[in-house]
Ligand binder design. Structure first.
Ligand SMILES: *Cc1c(COP(=O)(O)O)cnc(C)c1O
Length: 385
């Protein structure tokens, strides 16, 4: 079985995807074709925000948001310690200092109380100016925005939602990528909504930032005259070349429809099967709080400390069950931050999670038989440990 079965998904959606790709090739509008604007409109409508601007990948999306806010040297950007590298890489690349905050052991998301403590500590030390909180909707589950938003308001901080894994998740019906002042996502193939290469998107309700973001995505072009064909060669600021290819937008259109119509529901059914079958084990299972809905980018469990994770993974692999470790290293211990202030973070929960987590095969096309097989083999190995 596959960890995330993109081939099976393609078999189901092949006629629509092939037709969309072929239409782009025939039109030869490979950059900024009409499919891109159509996708942006559909995504904005679904998420429930005014503007969606697509870009080249989820890492650029984060960087562009920080550029729009002019975040740089001397600024503190609060980031969960347990996440993919980009969440902290982008603020650091802009010259700001990522301040790593520990996460909740059950939801895997940033711990609001520890966030406030970290903000107070930075203020007290006075070396950096607190500017931005990056929340990550890890493994598909939105962060605890009911607690985080008031903290941002209290200290005058901007909220940047890294929804790379969270697209499709929600809290009491409010969708991921609508919680940030700016929110971002990624269409990397293995994300909840993936394309056939790299892709990303930026969401905001703010007109001024949306304009700025559109400009930054295309070399800082002048966006004040959208109907002037020469305006794109009038560059009023430094930007990037970060666009979603038309072919990727064309792939995403039918995939987004399937995502809305059944994939999101089906992946939640698969999660329920796992949770039901594993509830009587020593594993710590993912916690989805009341009112929360996950898009299940990963189904991640915590192993008892006596289990040799590497050995377990290799036994499961022999049986044809692929597993992954997301993530093996806390952000503050990544070599890129060695010797910097960012490395000084104290995040014991993350350190322990990095030693015990294991992500199981997970995708909307997974059969009940496959889930049962994974559970049976996993239980057997746990019993033997
Ligand atoms: C994947 C991911 C990103 C980066 O997205 P890319 O499209 O691969 O650049 C950023 N943040 C998180 C949490 C991610 O999982």
């Amino acid at each position: 079985m596959e960890f995330r079965d993109l081939k099976k998904q393609y078999q189901v959606l092949k006629p629509q995807i092939d037709e969309e790709i072929s239409a782009v090739i025939q039109s030869s509008r490979f950059i900024s074709g009409p499919q891109v604007a159509r996708l942006e409109q559909e995504l904005a409508e679904y998420v429930g925000v005014k503007h969606c601007i697509t870009c080249a990948n989820g890492t650029d999306a984060l960087t562009i948001a920080l550029m729009a806010w002019n975040i740089g040297e001397g600024d503190a950007v609060f980031v969960p310690d347990f996440t993919f590298f980009s969440s902290g890489e982008c603020p650091a690349y802009e010259g700001a200092t990522p301040v790593y905050v520990d996460v909740d052991a059950n939801t895997y998301n940033i711990d609001p109380q520890k966030l406030e403590e970290a903000i107070l500590k930075v203020k007290e030390e006075g070396r950096l100016v607190p500017k931005v909180v990056v929340t990550v909707d890890l493994f598909g589950l939105p962060a605890d925005y009911a607690k985080i938003r008031p903290i941002c308001d209290k200290y005058g901080l901007l909220l940047l939602e890294d929804g790379a894994q969270g697209f499709g998740g929600s809290v009491n019906g409010k969708l991921a990528c609508s919680f940030g002042d700016i929110s971002t996502t990624s269409f990397f193939p293995a994300k909840p909504l993936g394309c056939y290469g790299d892709g990303g998107a930026i969401f905001t309700d703010n007109d001024e930032w949306a304009d700025l973001i559109r400009s930054i995505c295309v070399h800082g072009k002048d966006t004040s005259n959208p109907n002037d064909p020469n305006a794109k060669y009038n560059n009023i600021r430094l930007g990037m070349n970060s666009r979603l290819d038309t072919i990727q937008a064309a792939v995403l259109l039918p995939k987004f429809h399937a995502f809305k119509e059944y994939e999101l529901k089906d992946v939640n059914t698969v999660a329920d099967w796992y949770t039901e079958a594993l509830k009587d084990t020593d594993l710590v299972l993912p916690l989805i709080q009341e009112g929360f809905w996950s898009s299940w980018a990963q189904y991640t469990v915590q192993l008892p400390e006596n289990v040799d994770r590497k050995a377990l993974q290799s036994v499961l692999k022999e049986k044809g069950i692929p597993t992954m470790v997301y993530y093996a290293k806390p952000m503050h211990l990544q070599g890129a931050f060695a010797g910097t202030v960012s490395a000084e973070a104290d995040c014991p929960v993350t350190v322990k999670l990095c030693q015990t987590v294991l992500s199981l095969p997970m995708h909307p096309y997974m059969s009940r038989e496959d889930v049962e097989f994974v559970v049976k083999e996993l239980k057997e190995q746990l019993a033997a440990a």
